[in-house]
Design a protein around this ligand. Structure first.
Ligand SMILES: [Zn+2]
Length: 574
């Protein structure tokens, strides 16, 4: 590895044939040369590092070649080709407009344009980053571009086509260079690795290609960097460590747990990723790409958009079978929403956690999530919790009843079939229903009962589920949503929590909501024994967390004439 030459320079293509990822464009150029249909000005547009300057140089060499091949390539052997390859040809002039953008720079270039070539037929002027020319320089150049000498050909290159003046655009043949596809990049890196005697796992090269985002020059420079820290043995693991890329394994694990509705496990995975120093937004973005890849690989029409290595491809295809399209559409919508809200969010971690909760819900409830009746109806039926003293869970939110709930737990739990994971029970299929009905202990008397679960949960998980409920289902009930978001629950026992609100009105509103709220929390946290106690925080009477109505009531208490004033003028508060 001592005399390692930077790959981007060493493997710069010398023929159109060897340009990676721009096939149709190089074919068009070759045909034009072959048919002697050359224009005086070309505009090469496209992102950085995709081969614009390289193609311009090959073009200049090819049109000056004394013995072009039947395929329209330069022979790379004649005197002209040799001078190009040894960088001593006088028929090529390169101007970097990013650093030489004054009128004087353009004038000295125009001076040279007049002089005909000594050897070969054409002089080629490449102006890189042409959009950087000053407008005075542009104007000076325009005259030459309008009436160029017969032997002069201009190739203008830009990453920003929209900044080119229409007067220039209209005088050029325009070629749009594409980002280079992942597979093309990987293939080329494989070639370079082989030539350099470097061993490289295809998955590792795939990561490099993704990181380079369509630019071959970047891909090769990342490749060089990786070669230098791995001593020429490029493994997937070494690449993700060195490039600080999140292992795709995490996305597979997350998706697995999302499909099972296992919120707790998702939280733990998220925690592990964050503890490795990754940003929440990278995780959200990565998850979005992951869902996107799962979606495009399901459909034979879109599979061309799916660019991953072969080993991982197999895993994607297997996982995609388990993901229904509606799930993927929603998952993409939620991850995208989270991504958009990320910058503005004050509690970014919670935002990602809420995303995970929402994703987990997608599969645990095939019906609309706001519809409580449907949700209850799809729970598999069991006899164990159908005991009449327990069924109207509507009343379970007071502390006293919680005692009764816990007391009736153990018997029920013991008989729960261990093979059925909690999350499986939450998902529903006709088959489940059918099988459950065959069991002799089954009864259809208790459609509203949840099978008992007593998973442990943390304060943080409780907060996340609480917030998710407020944000999802209370959009139309702004006051209640605000009181829920302002009064987070506080765990008082393993399965019990307390909420302190600021006034009786809030207490009443929340109490009315308690049945559906509790049902939601129990299902999210896999714990049917959760109970809630709502109290009024007397000390907080003067706190700012009040609705307009609360404030009005408080003011009216202090000053009863406010009521008559309101009545007099017919003022209302909604
Ligand atoms: Zn030649």
């Amino acid at each position: 590895m001592d005399n390692y030459i930077v790959s981007a320079r060493k493997y710069r293509p010398a023929t159109f044939q060897s340009v990676v990822g721009q096939k149709s464009l190089t074919t068009t150029l070759k045909n034009a040369i072959h048919n002697h249909k050359l224009a005086h000005a070309y505009l090469f547009c496209g992102p950085r590092g995709v081969g614009k300057t390289t193609c311009a140089r090959i073009f200049a060499k090819t049109i000056n070649c004394l013995h072009p091949t039947p395929e329209g390539e330069a022979c790379n052997a004649c005197e002209s080709c040799m001078s190009f390859n040894e960088q001593r040809s006088y028929n090529i002039h390169e101007l970097d407009a990013a650093s030489n953008n004054s009128v004087e720079d353009i004038r000295s270039l125009i001076e040279q344009v007049r002089i005909p070539p000594q050897l070969g037929k054409y002089k080629v002027y490449i102006i890189d980053e042409v959009h950087m020319l000053s407008s005075a320089a542009f104007n000076a150049f325009l005259k030459t571009l309008e009436e160029p000498p017969h032997h002069a050909i201009f190739i203008l290159a830009t990453t920003e086509k929209h900044k080119i003046l229409p007067t220039i655009l209209s005088r050029c043949q325009i070629y749009d260079f594409n980002r280079i596809g992942i597979n093309d990049t990987v293939e080329h890196l494989q070639y370079v690795a082989q030539q350099e005697g470097v061993s490289a796992e295809p998955e590792a090269l795939n990561v490099i290609a993704q990181k380079a985002d369509g630019g071959m020059r970047d891909a090769l420079s990342i490749f060089d960097q990786v070669v230098s820290f791995t001593g020429g043995n490029i493994s997937y693991r070494s690449v993700i460590e060195n490039l600080n890329v999140l292992d795709y394994e995490y996305y597979f694990q997350l998706t697995d747990n999302i499909l099972q509705g296992n919120i707790g496990k998702c939280f733990l995975i998220l925690n592990e990723i964050l503890s490795k120093g990754f940003e929440g937004q990278n995780i959200v973005g990565g998850l979005a790409s992951h869902f996107r890849d799962l979606m495009v690989c399901k459909d034979p029409q879109t599979i061309v958009l799916f660019e991953v290595g072969d080993v991982i491809k197999k895993r994607y295809l297997e996982l995609a079978v388990r993901c229904e399209n509606p799930f993927l559409y929603k998952a993409l919508e939620y991850t995208n929403e989270c991504d958009l809200n990320y910058r503005l969010s004050k509690n970014k971690r919670l935002l990602v956690e809420i995303l995970l909760i929402r994703l987990c819900q997608l599969n645990s409830s095939p019906s609309s999530m706001g519809d409580d009746k449907k949700k209850i109806a799809i729970e598999p039926l069991t006899a164990h919790v159908a005991s009449p003293e327990k069924s109207p869970e509507v009343k379970q939110y007071t502390e006293n009843q919680q005692q009764a709930t816990i007391a009736s737990q153990p018997a029920a739990q013991k008989e729960t079939p261990p093979a059925k994971a909690i999350n499986e029970r939450l998902s529903f299929s006709l088959k489940d229903l059918y099988e459950d009905k065959k069991e002799p202990v089954q009864t259809q008397q208790a459609p509203a009962a949840l099978e008992s679960q007593t998973n442990d949960f943390t304060q943080q998980e409780l907060n996340a589920a609480w917030t998710a409920y407020a944000n999802q289902f209370l959009k139309e009930e702004q006051h209640l949503q605000n009181s829920m978001l302002n009064s987070l629950p506080r765990m008082t026992d393993k399965y019990a929590f307390e909420v302190s609100v600021y006034n009786p009105e809030q207490q009443q509103k929340l109490t009315e909501r308690a049945p559906t709220l509790l049902e939601y929390l129990r299902s999210q946290l896999h714990n049917t024994a959760i109970s809630m106690h709502i109290s009024i925080d007397e000390s907080a009477k003067d706190k700012i967390f009040m609705s307009d109505r609360d404030r009005y009531i408080q003011m009216a208490e202090k000053n009863p004439s406010l009521h008559s004033l309101a009545n007099e003028f017919g003022l209302t508060l909604d």
